[in-house]
Design a protein around this ligand. Sequence first.
Ligand code: ZN
Length: 245
Amino acid sequence: MTTPLTILQPEGWETPQTILCILAHPDDPEFFCGATLARWTAAGHTVHYCLLTRGDKGVREQTADPVELARTREGEQRAAADELGVSRILFLDYEDGYLVADLAARRAVARVIRLFRPTIVLSSDPTQLFGENNINHPDHRAAGQIVVDAVFPASGNPLYFPELLNDEHLDPHSVNEVWLAVTGQPNTTIDVTPTWEKKIRALHHHVTQIGDMAALDERMRSRRAPESTPENPKYEEKFRRIKFR
Ligand SMILES: [Zn+2]
């Protein structure tokens, strides 16, 4: 018996998509959904990144210089994105750790959505307060809130932030779908077994964020889906998917 195509390709996309991944920090795309992004670029879809911060507080050393760190992390992010076949990266330069879902941020992201005109927007679930044994970073929650508020209704409605249309000629744009990673309410599971090693290779570029590469490899390779066997490991990434059309 052959497997139905819908199971092999749960996205159900029949034409190449433009996917804009909007997240808080350099390394979020790779940790949250890197194997899915690699799967999409390999399938011929176009993936762009918009990072709201440069991750300038992403270390614990007291001597860290945030300007130097931001520069380093931008380079790490570009190398990791190259590994996954990402086309363009835009940094919005909000200060790491202080991201707030205010109107100015919503406007900035609505502007980016109108500029890139993606069919799919990917971000993180703003309602995810806790992980199993951790607190979800406030920037991850704020980024998700900013993005969903920008997607609906601001980016698609000409009466929101009218200066975008009047001054910059950025026509309203409505996306087809939103995908939210880091969610406690997933409704879509992607089998990313073929691109799991690519995700790990991309993560290796985030040198400032990873103390022990070997430990990271071990941790990532142990994240097997329940139906895995030792001979046939299986990996998945999960999302909350909202399809508008
Ligand atoms: Zn992060």
